[in-house]
Design a protein around this ligand. Sequence first.
Ligand SMILES: C[S@@+](CC[C@H](N)C(=O)[O-])C[C@H]1O[C@@H](n2cnc3c(N)ncnc32)[C@H](O)[C@@H]1O
Length: 229
Amino acid sequence: MPETAAAGAEPGVLRVLTTKAETRAFYDKIAHVYDLLSEHTESPLKQEGLKLLAAKPGEKVLEIGFGTGHCLVDLAKAAGPSGRVYGIDLSDKMRDLAAANLAKQNLADRSELFCGDAAKLPLPDAGLDAVFMSFTLELFDLPEIPTVLAECRRVLKPGGRLAVVSVSKEGKDSLLVEAYEWTHKHFPNLMDCRPIFARRAIEQAGFEIKTSNIGHMWVPVEIVLARKA
Ligand SMILES: C[S@@+](CC[C@H](N)C(=O)[O-])C[C@H]1O[C@@H](n2cnc3c(N)ncnc32)[C@H](O)[C@@H]1O
């Protein structure tokens, strides 16, 4: 299998060659230290994505790849007692941590968590107001990114919103982006994600882009709000 996408489609974006079983085992293993590894640097970017999504009281919202569940807690608070929050994650250790975080905040009764693959969402067509995804779309291999986004479109109501926060390949490649990609290529079990063109993928999946910003961690991060037309 080539290491990058076919020229023209997504030039230079690396493939993801790890299996779902490997991904699940990786996140099960690091779940209890995940916040220590990432929360400090990623939290401001996730908050920006949540702000753009602007979940409202009474809405039905899904988070894909919820990890330890901090954004799920924020989404459940915003959806209020008349709303409902759904989550799907491949790792059942992550699901347990997220469920505990929701329970600690007395939000368990307005949430429903699934353990599974976001390439096939266990939700009916056109039932959701909004979908949120942070640092997760870039874990999917190139042929699967359109599948996941098509699933997002399928479960959203017409006019429904999608917010994605993703490590990005937009702009000029820096040494840090190159180092990130080198690590992904040589140690895919350590660095499972890699920079992608998130806005472009979302647009190609048929969404209308409402806002697209570039934030910065140590690599660029796209924060995109889109709408199902
Ligand atoms: C990098 S973490 C991001 C977690 C959280 N969104 C955050 O920003 O802190 C990626 C999450 O996606 C989950 N994940 C990976 N592949 C997935 C898949 N195919 N379907 C659903 N979740 C997946 C992982 O288990 C992990 O919890």
